[in-house]
Design a protein around this ligand. Sequence first.
Ligand SMILES: CC(C)(COP(=O)(O)OP(=O)(O)OC[C@H]1O[C@@H](n2cnc3c(N)ncnc32)[C@H](O)[C@@H]1OP(=O)(O)O)[C@@H](O)C(=O)NCCC(=O)NCCS
Length: 192
Amino acid sequence: MIEQPFITTLRLLLRPFVLTDAPGVQTLAGDKSIASTTLNIPHPYENSVAEKWIASQAKNFAAGSSVTFAVSHRNDNMLMGAISLEISRKHRHAEMGYWIGKPYWNQGYCTESAMALLQYGFDILDLQRIFAHHLTRNPASGRVMQKIGMVHEGCLRKHVLKWNVFEDLEVYGLLQGEWKSLPDIIENMWYE
Ligand SMILES: CC(C)(COP(=O)(O)OP(=O)(O)OC[C@H]1O[C@@H](n2cnc3c(N)ncnc32)[C@H](O)[C@@H]1OP(=O)(O)O)[C@@H](O)C(=O)NCCC(=O)NCCS
């Protein structure tokens, strides 16, 4: 069986979650500002939700249906967030999703993680397309998608019902060929 890899970038270690991360996940993902702009994170974040989520990840990785990495600082392994790919082997595409704990926002950590995940998805998983979406009212996430070279593909109007409000969703995507032709300077920013 293939083991989920560890990925090292300039500042980060992307690694599989372990059960001892659960309290950290509950604290960081439990902040309302994380639930507010994501579609699958509950609020309040009850006890045992993090444990169940972490426990599901190895099974999903083994099945090839998703891969989830803990975003941690490579110097001290401190947990800062999560990033994942939901994979369709049939279509060789995947949807990227991520959150970074509020104390760590706007330091480039999500962008650095997402660049690494693009490389993993295209080079290791041999995906044809990686896409992502964000609520229109969440421009920070859109900025991450732009910074990693994704192309804005459109707006799905009133596509999701979030906390009783129908909201617009912006869709971004990147093809393997486009990834390979991104300037080296972008890729090299995130690796040793
Ligand atoms: C979206 C999120 C993951 C970004 O994480 P991050 O580590 O802060 O991202 P980065 O630092 O790599 O990049 C953030 C960019 O957004 C910009 N930004 C922040 N707030 C912004 C705003 N209100 N409007 C426009 N741009 C904004 C930052 O300036 C930065 O861009 P820059 O480098 O060009 O200056 C984080 O805010 C988060 O976890 N939010 C809650 C969960 C969520 O929304 N997840 C995504 C669901 S689609």
